[in-house]
Design a protein around this ligand. Structure first.
Ligand code: IPE
Ligand code: IPE
Ligand code: MG
Length: 245
């Protein structure tokens, strides 16, 4: 482990916006597909390293709801890679005691992807060392609307009093129900935006932005991001003096 990392202060939940596959490929004169292929290799390595470092929840933004507007063949390739990853990684996930979950509109995913994801989720349901959340067909606003709809239905049915609705009850309707909010959100490729990611959960997240393109993001850079996080003072509205006490 990197010398500067304090194992006691590893963020419980790290969420990543894996961006820059296309530009990585373009710079090498390769197709965008090759960029996504390289990005998948990076994802595998980062999952393993995060688990070794003691991260308990790792969320990877894999396909946004808005990504459907990309060219058809690029979308198809991304889901082909996902299915390939599921086939190839099941044994590794089990070995590493990693549970797979999907955040997003699962029913809207291609049939083959749903099948392979469901299989890996069922097989890894008992795993406890780390939860790997893949945000797929995910939109933060859709997630909030969906939760609102579910809660409104409960109110209409008389099983929930509007007055008793609090943040915890709301969070329990999100895709991340039962998991802590992200402590650290990493975005690669130099873009400085959230792109509809974890809008409710990101309320007090720390952010780490790097110009590194996702295929080049390696274990050392993950450790740098965690070390940077550990140097921050999270205040949650208090003064710096109060937090230091
Ligand atoms: C991220 O890389 C992967 C997905 C959004 C699926 P991009 O494909 O967005 O790469 P750039 O932003 O075009 O470089
Ligand atoms: C965000 O990246 C989504 C994923 C990483 C899956 P995009 O490349 O789609 O984001 P924008 O469109 O540049 O904001
Ligand atoms: Mg992008």
């Amino acid at each position: 482990m990197a010398e500067s990392l304090d194992t006691a202060l590893v963020p419980a939940h790290v969420a990543v916006i894996m961006d820059g596959n296309g530009r990585w490929a373009q710079r090498r004169g390769l197709s965008r597909s090759e960029g996504h292929r390289a990005g998948t290799r990076t994802a595998k390595a980062i999952v393993t390293r995060a688990r070794e470092l003691g991260v308990r929840h790792l969320t990877l933004y894999t396909f946004s709801r808005e990504n459907w507007s990309r060219p058809k063949d690029e979308v198809a390739l991304i889901f082909d890679l996902l299915v390939e990853y599921m086939k190839g990684e099941l044994a590794n996930l089990l070995d590493q005691d990693i549970r797979l979950l999907v955040l997003g509109d699962f029913d809207g995913l291609p049939f083959v992807a749903r099948q392979s994801l469901a299989h890996v989720m069922a097989k890894t349901a008992h795993c406890r060392a780390m939860t790997l959340n893949l945000a797929l067909n995910y939109s933060g606003r859709e997630e909030i609307l969906r939760a609102s709809r579910a809660l409104a239905q409960k109110c209409a049915a008389g099983t929930l009093e509007p007055e008793s609705l609090d943040e915890a009850a709301f969070a329990a309707e999100l895709y991340t129900a039962g998991q802590p909010d992200p402590d650290l959100i990493i975005r690669t490729s130099g873009e400085l935006r959230l792109s509809n990611y974890l809008l409710f959960q990101a309320a007090y997240a720390e952010f780490y932005f790097t110009d590194t393109l996702w295929p080049d993001f390696d274990a050392a850079e993950l450790e740098r991001a965690l070390a940077d996080y550990q140097r921050r003072q999270r205040r949650f509205g208090k003064t710096g003096e109060q937090v230091a006490e």
